[in-house]
Design a protein around this ligand. Structure first.
Ligand SMILES: [Zn+2]
Ligand SMILES: [Zn+2]
Length: 189
């Protein structure tokens, strides 16, 4: 059993009787960075999970609210951007086969189902919350984060922020972009 996974959660205190329930407030502040290339919860950034585990007939139903702050860069002006995440998840973790009652009529049918649907299974008393937490954090992150919806970005020629430039900012026809292009061509000629 892997206990190194910080998101592996022990349901040891939850009796295996349908209807039993426990609630927890969890904080994870040591983990891999989680996010998309331009926006992620940094490795030391806390991830808060309000977790409820309920014993049901087949296993443990885990319901959580995940909150964290992702950090990144505005894709237009490269200023730092923060993005608050608050998402919920719900997953059913099945008891391992050993713990479940063997189906009476056709045991192989139950096994085939298990393979095809890829049910989440408990590992002993543990449920692995990494997938649900990761999905909750990542799935709603914007792929192109912006410091503000109307961020004007950078002047493509000089790379300065439009917001810092005078309204009449412009470059002459023989500007640095074309100078750069000439330099780039010269080795071939
Ligand atoms: Zn911006
Ligand atoms: Zn410019």
């Amino acid at each position: 059993m892997t206990t190194k996974n910080p998101f592996s959660f022990s349901c040891h205190d939850l009796p295996r009787r349908a209807g039993e329930m426990r609630e927890y407030e969890l904080t994870y502040d040591e983990h891999e960075p989680i996010g998309v290339p331009l926006l992620a919860v940094p490795s030391e950034g806390p991830i808060y999970v309000d977790l409820r585990v309920e014993a049901v007939a087949q296993g443990v139903l885990a319901t959580g609210t995940v909150s964290a702050e992702a950090l990144g860069e505005c894709t237009r002006c490269l200023d730092p951007v923060t993005f608050d995440i608050e998402e919920t998840f719900q997953e059913l973790f099945h008891y391992q086969l050993d713990y479940r009652q063997k189906p009476k009529s056709n045991p192989t049918e139950a096994l085939v189902d298990l393979d095809e649907v890829e049910l989440l299974e408990m590992e002993g008393d543990f449920i692995n919350l990494e997938g649900p937490i990761r999905d909750a954090l990542v799935l709603n992150l914007p792929l192109n984060p912006l410091c503000s919806e109307d961020c004007p970005g950078l002047c493509p020629t000089c790379g300065l922020k439009w917001i810092d430039l005078p309204a009449d900012h412009a470059h002459a026809a023989s500007d640095i972009r074309w100078a750069g292009l000439t330099d780039w061509k010269s080795p071939n000629s």
